[in-house]
Design a protein around this ligand. Structure first.
Ligand SMILES: [Zn+2]
Ligand SMILES: [Zn+2]
Length: 268
């Protein structure tokens, strides 16, 4: 299952290549422009809406779902997209701004995707790993999701997860990240093993993640509250977690800068 580079690949597979980034940036500009224009004109250009619907369709959203989310009749949306061939009318040039705004506001979020749409497993893995890091045994998480232990492991190892699974894991994470596994029947040994495994794998706990960025492929866990800085590098020692890559990078860059400054000093 491979989507071509572009909007859907960026949104659903987390691709951050140049082509995807460019497509989304261009697209966001046009969409924001269209949304702004809609606030004061009696009719607006229908083309940005068609582009948006095509992008949503690329994300495997059906026209029925798109129409339902926009609160509009599917036939009306079809007239915008394709015109009415049976009456010989072409696709609409213009449309009412309220309808345009309603359609443009729809995003291919987890809730809006068809349940079996395959998407990037990144956010799902980070959430499951974060729960394991604070002591949730895998068996408990699998049971919470109504999955077998082996299906749960297979899901975390797979290059894609289904949207409905990602949604279920997100709900589980929201429910459990602050809860105490011991009060939910996890044994002391199960908790210890889960934590040890996460420590060995370098999995970040919920405290290192931000709800807004946990699905972002470019986000990194902030273990120390100042990760990505030299202070962060030293702070890792206090929490006895090995320094993360952004902290090591900051530390090394700082070392190089100091060495360069020292060399300049000796040559003067
Ligand atoms: Zn790409
Ligand atoms: Zn760090």
């Amino acid at each position: 299952m491979t989507r071509p580079h572009g909007y859907a690949r960026y949104r659903l597979d987390g691709c951050r290549c140049y082509t995807c980034g460019w497509a989304v940036a261009q697209y966001n500009d046009a969409r924001e422009h269209a949304m702004r224009r809609g606030t004061w004109q009696p009719y607006v250009d229908a083309e940005p809406v068609r582009v948006h619907v095509r992008n949503l369709q690329d994300c495997d959203m059906g026209l029925r779902t798109i129409a339902a989310r926009a609160g509009v009749d599917r036939k009306r949306l079809q007239a915008v997209l394709n015109g009415r061939p049976e009456r010989g009318t072409p696709p609409q040039q213009q449309m009412r701004p309220a309808l345009a705004a309603a359609v443009l506001a729809i995003e291919p979020t987890l809730e809006n995707l068809a349940p079996n749409t395959p998407i990037s497993p990144l956010g799902t893995r980070r959430r499951a790993h974060a729960l394991i890091a604070v002591g949730w045994p895998r068996q408990h998480l699998a049971a919470h999701l109504g999955m077998t232990h082996s299906n749960f492991n297979a899901m975390l190892a797979s290059p894609h997860v289904l949207a409905r699974r990602a949604l279920a894991v997100r709900a589980m994470y929201d429910a459990l990240w602050r809860a105490d596994p011991a009060q939910h029947g996890a044994s002391a040994r199960g908790i210890r093993d889960a934590r040890a495994r996460a420590a060995a794998e370098g999995w970040a706990p919920p405290g290192a993640w931000d709800d807004d960025t946990i699905d972002d492929p470019e986000a990194f866990p902030d273990w120390t509250g100042q990760c990505g800085t030299v202070e962060g590098f030293w702070a890792h020692r206090y929490i006895t977690a090995p320094a993360c890559q952004p902290c090591r990078d900051a530390f090394n860059a700082n070392g190089r800068a100091r060495k360069a400054a020292a060399q300049e000093g000796t040559t003067q």
